[in-house]
Structure formats: C-alpha cells, structure tokens
Design a protein around this ligand. Structure first.
Ligand code: AMP
Length: 191
C-alpha cells in the first residue's frame, strides 16, 4: 500500500503514522524528519532548508523533490510506503504523480486527519514544546489552510480521499485510520 497522510500541524500525524507503518509494514517517508536530519547533519540542503523552516515557511520544491525521489527509488519502497508531510501543495502532488508514474507506482489512498484550528492552538499551548513559538505555529496552520488544503480536492476528485475526524483518543483515531485502509484495499482489488 502506498498511502499519503495529510493533516495540519498538531493534528497527531506523528502518532498515527507510527502506528500505520507498523500495521502496513512499510517505510515511513516524512519530509519533515528528512529535513530535520539534514539540518542536524549540516548538509548544504539542510543549511538552506533551515532558514525556511525557522520561519514556518515551506522549503523550496527543488530540495524536497530530490529527497523524496531518492527515497522512493530505494528498494525498501518497492512494496509501498507512507508519505507524511509530502505532498504539501498542489504542485508537489503533480510532481509526485509524475515521479510515481516513472517508477510504475501509484497512490492507493490519502488520509486526511481533520482537526479544527482552535483545537490545534489549544493542543499547542498545552504541550508547549520549546520549538512551538505560537506565532510560527499559527503561520504553519495558515500555510496548511492556504497551500495544503487544496490538495484535498485534488485527491477527492480522484476518489482517493478518506477524511477522518482527528478528535478523540489515539486509539479511537487509529480505528478510523484502519477503516480507511480497509477501504483503500477494497478499491485496490476493484471491489
Ligand atoms: P513537518 O514535520 O511535516 O511539520 O515539517 C516541518 C517543516 O519542514 C515544515 O514547516 C516545512 O518548513 C518543512 N517541510 C516539510 N515537508 C515539506 C514539503 N513537502 N514542502 C515544503 N516544506 C516542507
């Protein structure tokens, strides 16, 4: 299975992706994680990306696309993967479609973790990590609403979108995630 997980910052994507990759037995491709690793390692890509990330802005496509392409081509991704944090714009979704086509791969389904803005802010204030500057956090939510939310239409029109309620306990949400995966499996089998 090749699945994309979409959700605003603070929606609980981290927890759900960990559980999902375990369930599916596929690698977790998180562009946020890849970027943070590049920043820590001080690679040229990391140094450039850091200036955008610190401001809550999206990193230029040229950096992201190269990283994702290398990862998708790796042998452990032949049988599927969970894409988390990519694509984040309609343009990235089109680039991904192109990349996958060249590799004879497809997206089986897209899961949206839906959480209202005021709840995201409430969660952020409650957990208050040191990298959670409230202003930057609000910018990341706005970037999601403006740049990433249009992706939901893109995948909805392709009949690939499962929007699930991101409110509740991690277990409750994971039940909804599993239900979405079962739906993707049925449609992959043409049922
Ligand atoms: P995340 O952990 O997914 O919230 O990503 C952390 C930060 O990395 C984001 O705020 C962006 O600055 C950057 N980033 C992650 N994925 C992407 C992407 N697909 N396109 C552009 N920037 C990204």
């Amino acid at each position: 299975m090749r699945i994309i997980l979409i959700g605003p910052p603070g929606a609980g994507k981290g927890t759900q992706s960990q559980r999902l990759v375990e369930l599916l037995g596929v690698p977790h491709l998180s562009t946020g994680e890849m970027l943070r690793a590049a920043v820590r390692a001080g690679t040229p890509e990391g140094v450039e990306a850091a200036t955008y990330m610190e401001q809550g802005h999206l990193v230029p496509d040229a950096i992201i696309v190269g990283m994702v392409r290398r990862r998708l081509q790796a042998p452990d991704c032949r049988g599927g993967c969970l894409l988390d944090g990519f694509p984040r714009t309609r343009h990235q979704a089109e680039i991904l479609d192109d990349l996958l086509e060249r590799l004879a791969m497809t997206v089986d389904g897209v899961i949206e973790l839906a959480v209202p803005r005021d709840e995201l802010i409430r969660r952020m204030l409650a957990r208050k990590r040191e990298d959670d500057d409230p202003e930057i956090f609000a910018k990341r939510i706005t970037s999601f609403e403006v740049q990433t939310a249009p992706l939901l239409d893109y995948y909805g029109q392709q009949g690939k979108l499962a929007s699930i309620d991101g409110l509740g306990t991690a277990d409750e949400i994971f039940e909804r995630v599993k239900e979405a995966v079962r739906r993707f499996e049925r449609s992959a089998r043409g049922l």
